[in-house]
Design a protein around this ligand. Structure first.
Ligand SMILES: O=C(O)CCC(=O)C(=O)O
Ligand SMILES: [Fe+2]
Length: 354
């Protein structure tokens, strides 16, 4: 999402200039006050082993215990690390290499990918006063194919960029479908119907680059937010951690396991599930010495889906609907207006009848 109106320069470029002081637009006065939990028992993001949840012919490897763990993770954390996910290793390796290569390109070449909504730049820079995130991104619509706007994809280098994104994006689509099927099972609703809600939904990717910062305690890579999608699957490209998630009133740092994917429930699944699953606030903190890179793959529901609690889940919940229903067009409009006035989308849609 290149700047909608104001051109904030590349943070990567800014950071490379060894500035003595950090420009005030990046400095957050409030961060010091927040509590970060480091290593408290039971305060680690759940780890789910997907190989225990795949139904093979005779069901031999299937673990009900792992299913329960998944259900709890979606209810209480809104996040889980996924291991033994079976994503093609070559596809993982190639996306890592090509995204790294993209951000190493000279600024002029990266800027060729700038545009209004998609492309290279920063998220939603709407005013001169707005605090800025310490990070750059390349934001692309990746699926269905017809949504791709190759004008904002790198044209020449990395040479294999299109191929790598295509392969990785189809792997993410496959994993998303498996996961929503498992969630339906856990929610006690029809798996095929639930999977269909997300079939051919928009998939987009946000390639994130967070440069080191000489005073990391004063900046944020991404401000606290919940994802306005259905499901997000995140890949951290190097060993530098930085993601923190809200849990029990604290910020809990995620220690990414090598090769794992991090999955989180977005606002749409929170709403569809009538609040049984939670879309949790998260933010990114910055490292003093090292850059951090990640790829977030966002999966939306199909645009024909009404974003509102599913009838079966209202009934199971004592008949109380917790959110108002909106069409997907209205939902997109709300995302944009909520960015303008800084309100949480979930708060806007929550019904106050409890
Ligand atoms: O880089 C990360 O770890 C998180 C990125 C994120 O939250 C996002 O792109 O929405
Ligand atoms: Fe996010």
């Amino acid at each position: 999402m290149a700047s909608l109106s104001i051109d904030a320069s590349s943070v990567q470029d800014l950071a490379s200039k060894n500035l003595g002081t950090i420009p005030t637009r990046y400095i957050r006065a409030e961060i010091d006050l927040e509590i970060v939990v480091t290593s408290i028992d039971n305060n680690e993001v759940p780890v789910i082993d997907l190989s225990k949840l795949i139904l093979d012919g005779n069901n031999s490897g299937f673990s009900n215990e792992e299913m329960k763990k998944l259900h709890l993770a979606c209810q209480e954390w809104g996040f889980f690390q996924l291991v033994n996910h079976g994503v093609d290793e070559e596809a993982m390796k190639k996306i890592v290499e090509d995204v790294m290569e993209f951000f190493e390109l000279p600024l002029e070449l990266k800027k060729e990918c700038s545009s209004e909504i998609e492309g290279y730049g920063q998220a939603f820079v709407l005013s001169e006063e707005q605090k800025l995130d310490w990070g750059d991104m390349l934001y692309l619509f990746t699926r269905p194919d017809i949504q791709r706007n190759y004008k904002v994809w790198p044209a020449h280098r990395p040479l294999t960029f299109r191929e790598s994104v295509n392969k990785y994006s189809s792997e993410m689509e496959r994993i998303k479908t498996i996961l929503v099927g498992l969630m339906a099972k856990n929610l006690g609703i029809d798996q095929h119907k639930f999977i269909d809600l997300f079939k051919d939904g928009l998939q987009s990717m946000r390639l994130n680059y967070y440069p080191p910062c000489p005073d990391p305690s004063k900046v944020l890579g991404i401000s606290p937010h919940s994802d306005a999608t259905a499901i997000t699957i995140l890949l951290q490209l190097n060993e530098v951690d930085g993601l923190q998630i809200r849990h029990d009133g604290h910020w809990v740092p995620v220690k990414m396991l090598p090769g794992a994917l991090l999955v989180n429930i977005g606002d749409v699944v929170e709403i569809l599930s009538n609040g049984i699953y939670k879309s949790i606030e998260h933010r990114v903190v910055i490292n003093k010495e090292k850059e951090r890179l990640s790829v977030a793959t966002f999966h939306e529901a199909h645009k024909s889906v009404l974003v509102g609690p599913l009838r079966e889940l209202i009934i199971n919940n004592g008949g109380t609907e917790k959110y108002r229903s909106v069409t997907s067009d209205e939902f997109v409009k709300l995302i944009l207006s909520q960015k303008l006035d800084g309100k949480s989308l979930l708060d806007v849609l929550k019904l106050k009848n409890e």
